[in-house]
Design a binder for this molecule. Structure first.
Ligand SMILES: [Zn+2]
Length: 418
């Protein structure tokens, strides 16, 4: 039987804990916002580890950080593996950093085993994945894949009005490597699930088949502002209560598309809000998600019908505008199969899963063959200082990544160390 290569779980765990000290919070989390001093220190440490592992480090024009291990086929496009080192303001120790350091552990393991791959391997840490300092999220991979132009990205400003270009310069991570036009063989990303499904099912590995369809709508409900004390209830055109009824209708719609249909009202505001004034105008955001584009179409259709009906019965106006949409993104069947084969060979429990969150891999999937590996996180918690993962799951996920990438990159020569 084929002998499977395995990573050093203790070494990977130690690297994760060492990285978690940079920007560590009192509650055990991490605050390493994109291109801040903490992020730069995290990048410095990672770069040093990569050089120590014999890799060549480079930075592109949007600050994406690459570490390359040559293959025997010098001309071949690299297998790209990575995720991100930036965190939420009150983030955890695993979101993003796990995928980057699992990739580093993969290279260390190949070094220890004296294994050369045919294709080069490049680890990447994408700039501003979280979207916490600069919006939108996943900006570095968006520019890399041509979703966003470099100039647009560089002009983005944080809450203090600092541009991304200035933040890059300040952090020392505005590189010269061209961000566009880099040939890539494929992309693999390991990540914590950031949800409760794997843990609830008692599954070790999520073989990710793609990303779900996402639709962001801007809804405005317009009634008539009036005096709270002098306007009898039947005379009111209250935009807030109309919006509240629409919200309840929306939750019913989600129920009809359960369990895959997801609806969220994340922001809601009353224009010129005043304690003693009936709401004249309410703006709210709606986030619709489903695995299938046709189902999210149907959810939007139902939403429009339900909201129009509420508006009509209450004598208010409603407008529903598309702000942004992202179609369902299936991952590459061949790369997903490599992940599945690695999991089976390693004998871990597993299930197919669709990514609920956005990831750099979603951008990459429209650019090159892509796959992801999910591991469970404790209580499904993420974007939280209490975010946690079990050491054995961390190790297993990296073993899957290692064997899937190795199959894709091709083993050139093995010298038995014994
Ligand atoms: Zn992440």
């Amino acid at each position: 039987m084929e002998k499977l290569l395995r990573i050093d779980g203790a070494r990977l765990w130690q690297s994760l804990m060492d990285m978690a000290r940079i920007g560590a919070t009192e509650k055990g989390g991490v605050r390493r916002l994109a291109l801040t001093e903490e992020d730069a220190r995290g990048r410095d440490l990672f770069s040093q580890w990569c050089r120590d592992a014999g890799m060549t480090v480079s930075v592109d024009e949007i600050g994406n950080l690459f570490a390359r291990r040559e293959g025997t086929q010098i001309e071949a496009a690299p297998v790209l593996i990575g995720s991100h080192l930036d965190t939420q303001p009150e983030g955890g120790r695993f979101d993003g950093v796990y995928g980057v350091l699992a990739a580093l552990e993969l290279v260390r393991t190949l070094n220890d085993a004296n294994i050369a791959t045919e294709k080069p391997i490049e680890i990447v840490s994408w700039t501003n994945e979280e979207g916490a300092r600069f919006t939108p999220a996943m900006l570095g991979s968006a520019v890399f894949t041509g979703v966003t132009s470099l100039d647009d990205a560089l002009a983005k400003q944080d809450a203090q009005g600092i541009t991304l270009a200035d933040a890059l310069a300040q952090s020392g991570y505005r590189g010269t490597r061209a961000v566009r036009g880099q040939a890539v063989d494929s992309y693999f990303e390991a990540h914590i699930e950031q949800g409760p499904v794997l843990e609830a099912n008692g599954t070790t590995i999520g073989v990710v088949t793609g990303g779900q369809a996402i639709r962001w709508l801007d809804v405005t409900v317009t009634g008539v502002a009036a005096h709270a004390g002098t306007t009898p209830m039947p005379y009111r055109k209250d935009a807030y209560f109309a919006a509240a009824q629409m919200a309840i209708e929306l939750e019913h719609i989600a129920g009809r598309y359960a369990p895959r249909g997801l609806v969220t009202i994340g922001q809601i505001g009353i224009a010129n809000a005043s304690r003693n004034t009936i709401a004249g105008k309410v703006a709210l955001t709606v986030d619709l998600r489903h695995h299938d584009d046709s189902e999210v179409d149907a959810m939007e259709h139902d939403l429009r019908a339900a909201f129009a009906n509420v508006a009509m019965t209450r004598g208010v106006e409603v407008s529903v505008d598309m702000y942004w949409r992202s179609p369902a993104t299936p991952f590459d069947a061949a790369c997903v199969a490599l992940v599945a084969r690695a999991v089976d060979a390693l004998g871990y429990s597993n299930e197919r899963i669709v990514s609920g969150a956005g990831h750099d891999a979603i951008h990459l999937a429209r650019h090159c063959p892509t796959a992801m590996v999910f591991i469970p996180c404790v209580d499904g918690l993420s974007h939280n200082e209490a975010e946690d993962a079990l050491p054995e799951d961390v190790t297993r996920g990296a073993n899957v990544l290692l064997n899937a990438v190795l199959a894709r990159a091709g083993v050139a020569a093995t010298v038995d160390a014994h």
